[in-house]
Design a protein around this ligand. Structure first.
Ligand code: ATP
Length: 291
């Protein structure tokens, strides 16, 4: 079971801080969701985690080993970015697989080939000749087949069409059951992929805004809907993340645990209580925080 420790991490680009005092631990073979608005620092963080770039301050360790320029640690991490780093190559997909196997001896080449068939990636074409979506699928296939103890997908499947993305989610779930490992997914498709997350980390302007078990997070809020006056009285004293009013009906998103007394109160006055989607919580927690 791989342990990732990030302590006081900072990354500066010129005069701007992309990451500031980021600290967290990821412990266990889980699927982690990394969320954050555009420019929040997700790619920067993941690139440092994978040893692709160096931090300005702080430490990042995988199983106690610093990552940067440490082959033993970086071998444990496979980062698939965007459309994959193979996009610039003129090699055929088939040759690229052999090359990937040389770099990552743990890679399951047969599994990679199966995935490419499943995603209908033509192996005779060069990576340059592939469509954007097929390049994404190639990156995803290499990441899944890498069997790296820490496998990271940084918006790597966004270019794939919906059926292919759902295939990816299915394969990912089956794969982590059969070969447990830590998987970090950075995404803006929260509604689509959020149900896979076991733990969620939200970055906000380069800082950790929240790090929570996904179930705790989902249970941490509620959508309260009903007569506007009743909703107002029910939510008095609660942390209200957002409200929508349509005529006399109001829906308020509250954040924080609702005790039995509150739940009974809601039922008594006929208010409707629903779970809050991860995406809604994310939008509320990070609204107004771009840079
Ligand atoms: N090479 C670089 N030079 C200068 N600034 C950079 C560089 N890379 C990232 N940044 C800045 O660091 C901040 C974080 O960028 P990053 O790409 O990590 O965010 P992100 O959360 O991945 O965003 P997105 O969701 O838009 O992909 C941004 O303000 C960005 O402009």
């Amino acid at each position: 079971m791989t342990e990732i420790e990030v302590r006081g991490l900072g990354r500066r680009f010129g005069a701007a801080d992309a990451l500031t005092d980021v600290s967290f631990s990821l412990s266990g073979n889980k699927i982690y969701g990394l969320l954050g608005r555009n420019g929040a620092g997700k790619t920067t963080l993941l690139s440092i985690l994978a040893g692709f770039e160096r931090q300005t301050s702080g430490t990042v360790t995988v199983d106690g080993e610093p990552v940067f320029e440490n082959a033993a640690a970086t071998a444990k991490v496979c980062l698939v970015r965007g459309t994959g780093d193979a996009t610039v190559l003129r090699t055929s997909v088939r040759d690229l697989l052999q090359f990937a196997k040389l770099l990552r001896p743990d890679m399951d080449l047969d599994f990679a080939k199966q995935l490419l068939e499943r995603f209908e990636v033509p192996v005779r074409k060069t990576t340059r000749q592939l469509s954007h979506g097929k390049r994404c699928a190639l990156g995803v296939a290499l990441g899944l087949a890498s069997r790296a103890p820490v496998t990271i997908f940084d918006e790597s499947y966004l270019g794939m069409d919906a059926p292919s993305r759902y295939e990816f989610y299915d394969v990912l779930l089956a794969e982590v059951l059969e070969h447990p490992r830590a998987v970090i997914i950075s995404t803006h498709l929260i509604e689509e992929v959020g149900s896979l997350f076991e733990e969620v980390l939200i970055l906000d302007r380069g800082r950790v805004l929240l790090h929570e078990e996904a179930d705790t997070l989902r249970a941490a809020g509620a959508a309260v809907t009903g007569d506007a006056a009743l909703v107002d009285s029910f939510t008095l004293g609660l942390e209200v993340l957002g409200e929508k009013t349509l005529g006399r009906t109001k829906s308020a998103t509250v954040y924080g645990p609702l005790d039995e007394r509150r739940l009974a109160q809601a039922r008594q006055v006929g208010l409707d209580l629903g779970p809050v989607a991860l995406q809604d919580l994310f939008v509320h927690l990070t609204s107004g925080s771009t840079r």
